[in-house]
Design a protein. Sequence first.
Length: 360
Amino acid sequence: MKPSIREKLERLAHRLAELDGLLGAEDVVSDMERYRRLNREHAELAPVVSLWRDFLHAEEAGRSAQELLADPEMRDLAEEEIENAKQTLERLDEELQRALLPRDPNDERNLFLEIRAGTGGDEAALFAGDLLRMYTRYAERQAWRVELVSSSESDLGGYKEVILRILGNGAYSKLKFESGGHRVQRVPVTETQGRIHTSACTVAVMPETDEVGEVEINPAELRIDTFRASGAGGQHINKTDSAVRITHLPTGIVVECQDDRSQHRNKAQALAVLSARIKDVQLREQQAKTAATRKSLVGSGDRSERIRTYNFPQGRITDHRINVTLYKLDAAMDGDIGELIEALRAEHQAEQLAALTESE
């Protein structure tokens, strides 16, 4: 283990002991906000320090076994103990490095997932519908809740744009690498000569913001328009101006919501999506600054970046960021994308470990 990592772990152990004392102090217990903050820090540090103590115990066991090597009668036992200690130290060293990786504060949040049809016209809109089903089925497999926030249907039954709210444990941590360009290669239903066409959709995954204060939106910087909600083909869903369009003037971000019959609920949903989009812009600006010093392979979230290809004639799905191809397209389109998602998370973690090693 590197001396710098050892020093960091010693500091964390010292801080945990300090927190043990603080959490019992009368002035802290009487200040609930401070108590919650320190308790949260304690909960984060305790597992890391526990691993560090196990590491120190394994080191001590290895040293004790080394001393027994000089005794011929104990030599075999000592060698076995040394080998066990070595394996334990290697395992704990790796676990400690992972435990020290910076945590994404958004990982446990709910999220908004937007799918927009890109190049390819009606076929792109149909593919957007396929992606909607894929993510919905994946969410169901995770026992997450899915809410339709807004949708704009195409004439053939697909979607020009659709926004979902996905609620569940670790939802953002698993879906955050889905942002980017998704390309489909197949024979469209409108194609009479059997030729393969290429179409595309963009996906944006944005962590939901806290209801209060996380993203400040000045009401004076909003333009709010109401209009009559309509379905595919322009047919009216209702006869009142319940649909809401909100424009954030400083950024030009526009959000429409018309899927609820209540104007009040549509406005609340639109503001929630707007807040998430503004936060998403801030996150990507932050990531761009980080990428200037170290390029993140899977975490850029660039909407223009082609991240995945779905090839129907060959039954394959390819993620271009990690060069993984799976010949299980039908299963993937039915929501079985866990293997891809875990591969992306593992690659991201490997990048973080490499960055940690370089910086230490």
